[in-house]
Ligand binder design. Structure first.
Ligand code: ADP
Ligand code: ASP
Ligand code: MG
Length: 417
């Protein structure tokens, strides 16, 4: 008997029929003798609908109230799923995050999980019940409802698995695993049997929506065995077959892993670029520009400072598109005059494309192949950043699909190694 956490995404919960299928699948695992915790997302489209309603009233919604609204999609899901399980003859109970309790900080719309109390859940499991817990939401120390950022149900599931020391966390989604790149963009993308934790962390942080970055961080920190697999297979397929399907995130390289230099390509359309022109090139300038941005709780991603010309330079960085306007406001109100900079330019029509692979550590020429491929397609590179296992470029938004397809081909990712 094992303790297993299942997570089902929006598409997997997308209709009453699909919820019944989820219940059948969970009932199958339960009948095999496992203790089961299930963390569902809101039905597909529901979180967008709720945020849309909020924005009709307040174009820049109050973040506390927004979380109050956005978190309700998951509450509907847990109730429906618990009912569907009961209809299957399985004893089940649903909980909202605060009831468990899933304690978070108070950074509304992007809260971090601080702790999860396992007492109530363990008591239910020991009584033979399936426990269904809302994804995406928690509550801060004062009981305010918070949400974990878009895609946050992945994080809820892995965090619950970590808190319960579960044997495995299975992330069921609308694709049958982690692919070399988004299979919706590149038809030739190939499913990976295994991916290292480090590569998954980079892929997620660079925009691969298949797992939210913080879920991968939790998996790494607490060594949660995590697998991504399809919820769209028939719910009654054999448990043995299902248990080894999809993609396993591994913590160590082993001889059965592919030896590819590049494992995958990620892209991110959610960023915007900001350039502060004509900045005096003197010590402390990066701090004077980015300090106020950080104080406004705005995350900065890529940063580039041009070579100085007659003591002046240009300074560019990227932020999430949701925080683009706020970042421009901070710069215009608190920074520009203070450092006597020139114009502040913004460009939301950018995207970031990255190649990721631990093989980069031992191979040279990856950057040059990447840059040559983009240049052959006539794509201009605006910014570059690298780490030991990734190279990212910022390019014009409209070239994203072309760039991803060309790079997928250039690195031979459609063929197994
Ligand atoms: P869920 O609602 O189940 O959480 P998401 O839409 O958040 O599902 O994530 C699954 C989607 O992630 C897939 O439908 C796919 O389009 C996208 N995706 C992006 N990159 C990858 C990748 N490398 N491998 C698999 N899927 C990917
Ligand atoms: N329902 C939330 C969202 O749409 C959380 C999730 O699906 O993971 O972002
Ligand atoms: Mg998701």
């Amino acid at each position: 008997m094992a303790l297993i956490v299942h997570k089902y995404g929006g598409t997997s919960m997308g209709s009453v029929e699909r919820i019944k299928n989820v219940a059948r699948r969970v009932a199958k695992w339960h009948a095999a003798g496992h203790q089961m915790v299930v963390v569902p997302s809101a039905m597909s489209g529901e979180t967008n609908r709720l945020i849309g309603l909020a924005k009709e009233i307040q174009p820049q919604p109050d973040s506390r109230e927004l979380d109050m609204i956005a978190s309700t999609g998951e509450q509907v899901s847990v109730g429906l799923l618990a009912m569907a399980l009961k209809a299957e003859g399985v004893d089940a109970v649903s909980y909202a995050g605060w009831q468990v309790a899933v304690r978070t900080d108070n950074a509304y719309t992007k809260a971090r999980i601080l702790s999860i109390d396992d007492a109530k859940v363990r008591a239910d499991l020991n009584a033979g019940r399936v426990v269904v817990i809302t994804g995406f939401q928690g509550a801060d120390a004062d009981g305010n409802i918070t949400t974990l950022g878009r895609g946050g149900s992945d994080t809820s599931a892995v965090a619950v698995a970590a808190a319960l020391k579960a044997d495995e966390c299975l992330i069921y989604t609308d694709v049958d695993g982690v692919y070399t790149t988004d299979p919706r963009i590149v038809a030739e993308a190939r499913r990976l049997e295994k991916i290292t934790f480090e590569e998954m962390l980079e892929m997620a942080s660079l925009g691969s929506k298949v797992l939210q970055i913080r879920s991968v961080e939790f998996a790494g920190k607490y060594k949660v065995k995590t697998r991504v697999l399809s919820s769209l297979t028939p719910p009654d397929i054999s448990l043995a077959e299902e248990a080894v399907s999809g993609t396993l995130i591994t913590f160590e390289e082993d001889e059965t892993m592919e030896q590819a230099v590049i494992s995958g390509i990620a892209f991110n359309r959610d960023e915007a670029k900001i350039t502060v022109m004509n900045v005096p090139d003197r010590p402390g300038i990066a701090f004077q520009i980015l300090g106020p941005v950080a104080e406004a709780n705005i995350d900065v991603d890529m940063i580039i400072q041009n070579a100085s010309n007659a003591g002046m330079t240009d300074f560019s960085f990227t932020v999430h598109r949701n925080e683009y306007q706020a970042a421009l406001d901070v710069l215009n109100q608190k920074v520009r005059e203070h450092i006597q900079a020139g114009e502040i330019l913004g460009d939301p029509k950018i995207c970031k494309v990255s190649v990721v692979g631990i093989g980069m550590r031992s191979h040279v020429g990856i950057a040059s192949l990447m840059f040559r491929t983009l240049s052959e397609e006539g794509i201009n590179i605006q910014m570059i950043s690298t780490s030991e296992i990734k190279i990212s470029v910022v390019i014009e938004d409209k070239y994203m699909e072309l760039a991803v397809r060309a790079l997928h081909k250039a690195f031979g990712l459609e063929h197994a190694t």
